[in-house]
Design a protein around this ligand. Structure first.
Ligand SMILES: [Zn+2]
Length: 106
């Protein structure tokens, strides 16, 4: 039989790890950033507005996944909103798994 307590523990560890700042964070290179902005014609990928300042966002929220498929340029406003949403989702998930852990503990 599967040990659900172990599963909840593992899931919790993965989520908490993804919530902490990775040590070896490698940013997109200058040329990669320029390329992404050029592809999007200097427009934010969320609101579509042209912006002089565009930030490169990791679409899946994993800052270690620096493949170009995982990159999009966002205006500072949309980037902040998205980052906050991802953080809230992770927080909810970690709370859910902490709850599960409590259920399976005797
Ligand atoms: Zn925007």
């Amino acid at each position: 039989m599967t040990n659900y307590l172990d599963l909840a523990e593992i899931a919790l560890r993965i989520i908490e790890k993804s919530m902490s700042k990775p040590k070896k964070r490698k940013d997109f290179s200058k040329s990669e950033k320029a390329r992404i902005k050029k592809i999007q014609k200097n427009r934010c990928n969320t609101c579509g507005k042209k912006s002089a300042v565009l930030e490169i966002d990791h679409i899946d929220g994993d800052s270690l996944n620096n493949s170009l498929d995982n990159a999009q340029a966002l205006c500072p406003t949309c980037h902040a909103i998205k980052t906050r949403k991802v953080k809230q989702r992770k927080l909810k998930l970690s709370q859910a798994f902490r709850y599960l852990k409590g259920l399976f503990k005797e």
